[in-house]
Design a protein around this ligand. Structure first.
Ligand code: IPE
Ligand code: IPE
Ligand code: MG
Length: 253
């Protein structure tokens, strides 16, 4: 578990008092490679342990009051990695889907994938569709997994759809507003994240949910993803509860 002092708030010191837990937590699961390297093991060993953490964290969410969990699994930039690493990551995702579909379906978890699927293998695309279909009636936890996801790519694809709808007369120019664009994002229908957590000590967003996190709280922890425990998630949630979100308005008295 991470010592408390490794949790750094991205905003000024947490305000005291009040606030509820985050309904939607999004996580940039980072640090698998460093975790493995520190142990003299190949990077892919970190990804394997990281996949175990995903199973644990997903299972813990409902009891922590989290209704929506969004996980960044593979970015549009992660193709730049070695073929071996990319193949391992895709294989872990396949294995996750195969081992979790029935379990999550029974546990009331609805699974959705965001990102551009066109570049993924047919087999993986079929598994993703099957998992989504199998869990679509669930409502206890909404798990969203970002695969070949990049926020700029998502915004560009949504803009393209909007442009097509305008050109083909399904939408007037006046109707082309924030809601119309938001409805064309991969995340349409999901609430914006309340809290975005990034592990591994990097304090950047790396093309994750740029549109949706306009007013999210950010929490950066030095803990590497393979070490991130349910206790760390609990800490992140209580840290969030201490913050005052103003959404541009004046502080409450
Ligand atoms: C996160 O861990 C997993 C993915 C990006 C797929 P990394 O693989 O980025 O680990 P570091 O950042 O190199 O330690
Ligand atoms: C972000 O981590 C992507 C995922 C966690 C899937 P990266 O490790 O790819 O990000 P950078 O390269 O450090 O910005
Ligand atoms: Mg990384």
């Amino acid at each position: 578990m991470a010592p408390k002092d490794t949790m750094q708030a991205a905003v000024a010191s947490p305000e005291t008092g009040g606030g509820n837990g985050p309904a939607h937590v999004a996580i940039i699961m980072d640090g698998n490679g460093r975790w493995a390297t520190q142990r003299g093991r190949p990077r892919v060993a970190g990804h394997r342990v990281g996949a175990e953490r995903v199973r644990e964290i997903v299972r813990a969410c409902p009891d922590l009051g989290v209704r929506y969990l969004t996980l960044y699994a593979f970015s549009t930039e992660n193709w730049k990695r070695s073929v071996e690493e990319v193949i391992t990551l895709m294989g872990l995702l396949e294995r996750y889907i195969l081992s979790e579909t029935e379990k999550l379906s029974r546990e009331g978890v609805r699974v959705r994938f965001i990102g551009d699927r066109a570049r993924l293998s047919e087999r993986l695309q079929r598994l993703m569709e099957r998992m989504e279909a199998r869990t679509c009636a669930n409502d206890r936890l909404h798990l969203t997994i970002a695969v070949n996801y990049g926020a700029r790519d998502e915004i560009a694809r949504a803009a393209r759809t909007l442009a097509r709808d305008l050109a083909e007369g399904r939408l007037s120019e006046e109707e082309a507003d924030e809601t119309a664009l938001g409805n064309r994002m991969d995340t349409a229908g999901l609430p914006d994240p309340d809290l975005v957590v990034r592990t591994s000590g990097e304090t950047r967003v790396s093309n994750f949910l740029l549109w949706q996190s306009a007013y999210s709280e950010y929490l950066f922890t030095r803990t590497l993803w393979p070490d991130f425990s349910v206790e760390d998630l609990r800490d992140a949630i209580s840290h969030f509860a201490g913050r005052e979100r103003r959404f541009g308005a004046v502080a409450r008295r």
